[in-house]
Design a protein around this ligand. Structure first.
Ligand SMILES: Cc1ncc(COP(=O)(O)O)c(C=O)c1O
Length: 379
């Protein structure tokens, strides 16, 4: 079946007793466990919960993986994936140099003191990644497109490089979702998501999912999920399933809106540069066109002077000035102050995550309202 069908019918009639159309919410911590209960039956909701199991099954199917596991946040999913690698003294992990700031915080402030060595590179530069992999690494973690610079990595070639170097290939596919891009079909070993974003889609929950291509990695992921216990609760699992049902229509419209606004901003006299892989002159355009079924609905832009940032943020009315992305409501983010505030200022400056860069998550509002809002805010 097509992805739009799988999404619309996510969790349909998953309860064999009542045959409810909507997945029931099994709001229970534990399960009666009669003597001689078959192995694998439900025992305790940290280990497995039927509502969460439906969500995990849907995600595994959408991504074409052997196992999916749902977590209390995207960062909890990334944390579990890094743990399953067995991070230990001197092991290197190669990471996109402009990922979500929280990923850097997790790797640098938690895993680095325990011996893991994160190495940040521009993962759109295939040769630079190949050099680092050749020097030895337990894994490569790529965000596609990167955040907030929207760079696009050559996933197919990086999958080959990972195979050659024996590194686990992890793709953070939060921005595109399986509807637009399926990393496992392109050779990745694990796809991770902040499901808080497009999958959930309504800015009303925090959740994460990791999907493993093979059972061996999947079993290790499940072990971490159960051992650490940062699981997604039944209510939020249901909310996420419900959000996912409309992912296809949401993303189609959101990316149409994003392309329209990217073109508008690109010709605005106060805007110096627009970063959006859907613009044909963008460096990531050809690559993403080859890899994915769309360009997503995230875009960033540089205004000409830093004082315009304050002006825009104070004037916007349709856009909300808030962290996060992927919901039906459009958001404007100032990465240097919000999502990437934890990065060292010199790294931010080198990357271009500076005091003139704004990021937009384009929602489902009427595109003319969004354009007019930017017009009046840019003045
Ligand atoms: C690409 C990406 N990955 C991971 C995360 C972390 O997810 P969460 O906020 O759900 O923990 C985020 C959050 O913004 C993100 O944008």
């Amino acid at each position: 079946m097509e992805l739009a069908t799988l999404l619309a019918q996510a969790g349909l009639i998953s309860d064999p007793v009542t045959r409810a159309i909507s997945t029931p919410i099994y709001q229970t911590a534990t399960f009666n466990h009669p003597l001689g209960a078959p192995p694998g039956s439900y025992a305790y909701s940290r280990s497995a919960n039927p509502t969460r199991s439906v969500l995990e099954q849907v995600m595994a199917t959408l991504d074409g993986g052997a196992t999916a596991a749902a977590f209390a946040s995207g960062l909890a999913a990334i944390d579990a994936v890094v743990r399953l690698l067995g991070p230990s003294q001197g092991k290197r992990i190669i990471v996109t140099e402009d990922p979500y700031g929280g990923t850097i915080r997790l790797l640098d402030t938690y895993f680095r003191p325990h011996g893991l060595e994160p190495v940040y590179v521009d993962t759109a530069d295939t040769q630079a990644v190949e050099r680092e992999l050749a020097a030895g690494a337990i894994a490569l973690l790529v965000e596609i497109p990167s955040n907030p610079l929207l760079r696009v990595a050559d996933i197919d070639r990086l999958a080959i490089a990972c195979k050659e170097s024996g590194s686990v290939f992890i793709v953070d596919n939060t921005f595109l979702t399986p509807y637009l891009f399926r990393p496992l079909a392109h050779g990745a070993d694990i796809a991770v998501y902040s499901a808080t974003k497009y999958l959930g889609g309504h800015n009303d929950l925090v959740a994460g999912v990791a999907v493993c291509r093979n059972k061996e990695l999947g079993d290790r992921l499940r072990l971490v999920q159960n051992a650490v216990g940062a699981v997604l609760g039944p209510m939020d699992s249901w909310l996420l399933l419900r959000g996912m049902k409309t992912l296809a229509v949401r993303l189609e419209r959101q990316q149409e809106n994003a392309l329209y606004l990217a073109n508008y901003l690109a010709s605005h006299p106060q805007v110096q540069q627009v970063l959006f892989p859907g613009l044909p002159d963008s460096p990531g355009y050809a690559r993403l066109k080859n890899l994915a079924a769309g360009f997503g609905a995230m875009l960033s832009f540089y205004v000409k002077s830093p004082d315009q940032v304050e002006k825009v943020l104070s004037r916007v009315k349709v856009f909300s000035y808030a962290e996060s992305l992927g919901g039906v409501e459009s958001l404007i983010t100032f990465p240097a102050r919000q999502t990437h505030a934890d990065l060292a200022p010199e790294i931010r400056e080198r990357l271009g995550i500076n005091d003139r860069l704004l990021r937009l998550s384009i929602g489902l509002e009427d595109r003319e309202d969004l354009r007019r809002d930017l017009e009046q805010a840019l003045g």
